[in-house]
Design a protein around this ligand. Structure first.
Ligand code: 13P
Length: 251
């Protein structure tokens, strides 16, 4: 990150992985000195309390991977943003492509969840990104702009000041294929330009992080780009040592 006004932000999306034992091992593998960046662990909901207590006293914050729109009610099996806040989470991943694709979350639903996170006092980590087909058709920027427009239409542009945006090209998630630093930078700059055009207050201060097969090996060159302010890490975040090294690379 070369933009000094933005503190680097690195979040771990453990997806549906983890056990109580893994959490203990993770904490014992975590380095003595936590890297000086904003670090957020997003374990599965059921492990949130356990992860929080195991990491107590470390400079690490916590998030959830998704929330329901409503604050409470007859929604068997679901979890509200307010519950995440009550459990000590400060962040909520919103609009991850796996939620969009596998659980049918439309742009409108994502916007509802974005609003719910803000209402509960959570910072949304808003995921946007195009599929490979959309990229091949030259529609990558339009797709991402449409995803952002859904938030702007429903919540208002000003709400984007209070989030972290994760550009996660769908074709790079879990595939081992990363966007090149130049490809990612181009999209991050386009997202920032859109925030400026929409009149988002402090658009230059909004963190835009990259996600999609981030590893120790490729993180430094991604973070060297001026508009890449950190990462949302999936697979590589399941290894405490590797994740901590990625955090160091962002510092
Ligand atoms: P991978 O790092 O496993 O590609 O996953 C990225 C991701 O989906 C983070 O939200």
């Amino acid at each position: 990150m070369t933009e000094s006004r933005r503190r680097a932000f690195v979040a771990a999306n453990w997806k549906m992985h983890g056990t109580r034992r893994m959490v203990l091992d993770y904490a014992s593998d975590w380095p003595e000195t936590t890297p000086q960046v904003d670090i957020v662990l997003c374990p599965p909901w059921g492990y949130l309390g356990h992860v929080r207590s195991v990491f107590d006293g470390k400079d690490i914050r916590f998030g959830v991977q998704h929330t329901e729109i409503e604050p409470h009610g007859a929604f068997t099996g679901e979890h509200a943003a307010e519950m995440a806040r009550d459990l000590g989470a400060e962040f909520a991943i919103v609009g991850h492509s796996e939620r969009r694709r596998l659980f049918g979350e439309t742009d409108e639903v994502v916007a509802g969840k974005f609003a719910a996170a803000l209402r509960a006092g959570l910072t949304p980590i808003l995921c946007v990104g195009e599929t490979l087909d959309e990229r091949r058709q030259g529609a990558a920027e339009t797709v991402v702009a449409t995803q952002l427009d859904a938030i702007i239409d429903q919540c208002g542009a000003s709400m984007l000041t209070d989030c972290v945006i994760a550009y996660e090209p769908v074709w790079a998630i879990g595939t081992g294929e990363t966007a090149t630093p130049a490809e990612a930078q181009e999209m991050h700059a386009a997202i920032r330009a859109k925030l400026v055009r929409q009149g988002v207050a402090q658009a230059e201060g909004v963190r835009i992080v990259y996600g999609g097969s981030v590893k120790v090996a490729n993180a430094p060159e991604l973070f060297a780009e001026p508009d890449i302010d950190g990462a949302l890490v999936g697979g590589a975040s399941l290894d405490a040592v590797e994740f901590a090294e990625i955090c160091c690379a962002a510092a």
